[in-house]
Design a protein around this ligand. Structure first.
Ligand code: NAD
Length: 421
C-alpha cells in the first residue's frame, strides 16, 4: 500500500499573511496596526532530548507561537507531525486569533507543534516527548496565559500528560492549563466531537441558505481522524450519503454511499480506511474532485490550490481542516459559484467547546452534553449568520467576510488597549 503525502510546497505563513492583507486593505486599517497584526507576538523554539526505548537519546524540535493576545490568553492546539515548520505553526496561530474573534470567544491565537512522526514512537517514548515538550514550553503556557489543546496526531491522552506535567511544576492540580482533556480530569462533555459538530452546524446553515436538502446530499471527507471521522458520522446522522473518505494511506469511494461507523471500526482494526468491503480505492486528489455535493477537507493545509480548484465539483466546501484552500483557489471556487465555509468559521466548534471546558474548569462546575451542544449551536449559527450578512452586504466570499469581522474585532481590541509603554 503506497503512503501518499502531499508536498507542502505552498508556505502556509505566506498564505495566512496574504489573507490578512486582503482584509486589512478592505478595512482600511492604519499602517501601524497592520504591522502589529501581521506578525506573531511570541515565537518559542525548543530543542529537547528524549530517552528512547533502546537507551539512546534523540533531540526533537518543537514550537509554541502566540500571535495576538489583545482579546485574551492564547488558545490553540499542539500538532505532532514530521512536516511541522515554524512557518506552519505561525500560520496556525494567526488563524486561531481570527477564529476566536469570529465566534466571539475571549481568547487570542496560539499554536504549537513538534517535528515528529508519532507513529514511529512507542507509547512510553510519546509520553516522554510530551512531558519534556510541556516542560520546555511551560515558561509561556498557563490557564491565564496560553492554553493548548489537541490537533493533528495529539489527543486527550496527550493533554492529560501536559496537564499532569504542568501541575507537577506548579505544585497543585491545574486542569485549566489545557483543554481536550479526558472527562475524568476535568474535560468537557462534547469536546471530542466539537470540531465536527460545529462544522455540521455550519453546513446545516449553508444548506438552508442554498436551498439544499441534506438528505439528498453526497459527502466526501478528506482525512478520517478526529475532525473528519466524526464529521462523517454526524453527516450520516442528518441523512446525507457518505460516498468517500480518506487517510494518509489513500481514499475509498462508493457512489451509493457507506456506513462511516463501520469504516471507523475497519480503520481501527486495519489502521487504514483502504480495503473497506464494497468500496473502490482512489487517490486523495481524486477524492477532492469527486462528483458530490459537499466536500469536507479535514486533513492538512494547501489541499485545494490553483492546480485543482477548477475541478472541484462539490457545491459546498466545508473546511474542517485549517488552511486547506489557497487564496488563488478561493478565487476560482468563488468564480465557479462554490460556497466555501471558511476554516476560521467552519472548524471553530473545537475552540468554542475548549472555551467551555476552560470556563468549567475555572468554575469547578460541569455542564451536561445537551447544555454544551445547545450553547455551541447558538454560537456557530450566530457566527455563520454574521458572516453571511457581511458576505452579502460587501459582495465578498465567505472567507473574506469572516476575515472582515474577525480582523476588525482584533484591531478594535488592540487599538483600545493602546501601545505600551
Ligand atoms: P487527526 O490527527 O485526528 O486526523 C488527521 C487525519 O488526516 C488522519 O486520518 C490522517 O490519516 C489524515 N491525513 C493526514 N494527511 C493526509 C493527507 N495528505 N491526505 C489525506 N488524509 C490525510 O487530526 P484532527 O485533529 O482531526 O485535525 C485535522 C484537521 O482539523 C487539521 O487541519 C486540524 O488543524 C483541524 N482542526 C482540528 C481541531 C481539533 O479539535 N482536533 C480543531 C480545529 C481544526
Amino acid at each position: 500500500m503506497a503512503t501518499q503525502q502531499i508536498a507542502p510546497a505552498i508556505n502556509a505563513w505566506d498564505v495566512a499573511q496574504r489573507q490578512f492583507d486582503l482584509a486589512a486593505e478592505r478595512l482600511n486599517l492604519s499602517r501601524g496596526l497592520r504591522k502589529v497584526l501581521r506578525e506573531p507576538k511570541r515565537e518559542l523554539t525548543v530543542h529537547f532530548p528524549v530517552k528512547m526505548d533502546d537507551g539512546s537519546v534523540q533531540v526533537f524540535t518543537g514550537y509554541r507561537v502566540q500571535h495576538n493576545l489583545s482579546r485574551g490568553p492564547a488558545k490553540g492546539g499542539i500538532r505532532y507531525h514530521q512536516d511541522v515548520t515554524l512557518d506552519e505553526v505561525k500560520a496556525l496561530a494567526m488563524w486561531m486569533t481570527w477564529k476566536c474573534a469570529v465566534v466571539g470567544i475571549p481568547f487570542g491565537g496560539g499554536k504549537g507543534g513538534v517535528i515528529v512522526d508519532p507513529k514511529q514512537l512507542s507509547q512510553r517514548e510519546l509520553e516522554g516527548l510530551t512531558r519534556r515538550f510541556a516542560t520546555e514550553i511551560s515558561i509561556i503556557i498557563g490557564p491565564e496565559k496560553d492554553i493548548p489543546a489537541p490537533d493533528v496526531n495529539t489527543n486527550a491522552q496527550t493533554m492529560a500528560w501536559i496537564m499532569d506535567t504542568y501541575s507537577m511544576h506548579v505544585g497543585y492540580t491545574s486542569p485549566a492549563v489545557v483543554t481536550g482533556k479526558p472527562i475524568a480530569l476535568g474535560g468537557s462533555e462534547g469536546r471530542n466531537e466539537a470540531t465536527a459538530q460545529g462544522a455540521v452546524y455550519t453546513i446545516v446553515e449553508a444548506a438552508r441558505h442554498l436551498g439544499m436538502d441534506l438528505r439528498n446530499c453526497r459527502v466526501a471527507v478528506q482525512g478520517f481522524g478526529n475532525a473528519g471521522s466524526i464529521a462523517a458520522l454526524l453527516m450520516a446522522a442528518v441523512g446525507s450519503r457518505i460516498v468517500a473518505v480518506s487517510d494518509t494511506t489513500g481514499a475509498i469511494y462508493k457512489p451509493d454511499g457507506f456506513d462511516p461507523k463501520s469504516v471507523l471500526a475497519w480503520k481501527q482494526e486495519h489502521r487504514s480506511v483502504v480495503g473497506f468491503p464494497g468500496t473502490s480505492t482512489i487517490s486523495n486528489s481524486e477524492l477532492l474532485e469527486l462528483d458530490c455535493d459537499i466536500l469536507i477537507p479535514a486533513a492538512l493545509e494547501n489541499q485545494i490550490t490553483a492546480a485543482n480548484a477548477d475541478r472541484i465539483k462539490a457545491k459546498i466546501v466545508a473546511e474542517a481542516a485549517n488552511g486547506p484552500t489557497t487564496p488563488e483557489a478561493d478565487e476560482i471556487l468563488h468564480r465557479n459559484d462554490k460556497f466555501v465555509i471558511p476554516d476560521i468559521l467552519c472548524n471553530a466548534g473545537g475552540v468554542t467547546v475548549s472555551y467551555f471546558e476552560w470556563v468549567q474548569d475555572l468554575d469547578r462546575d460541569f455542564w451536561t452534553i445537551d447544555h454544551v451542544n445547545e450553547k455551541l449551536r447558538a454560537i456557530m449559527t450566530r457566527a455563520f449568520a454574521s458572516t453571511l450578512d457581511m458576505s452579502l452586504k460587501e459582495g465578498v466570499h465567505m472567507r473574506t467576510a469572516a476575515y472582515l469581522l474577525a480582523v476588525q474585532r482584533v484591531a478594535d481590541a488592540t487599538s483600545l488597549r493602546g501601545l505600551y509603554p
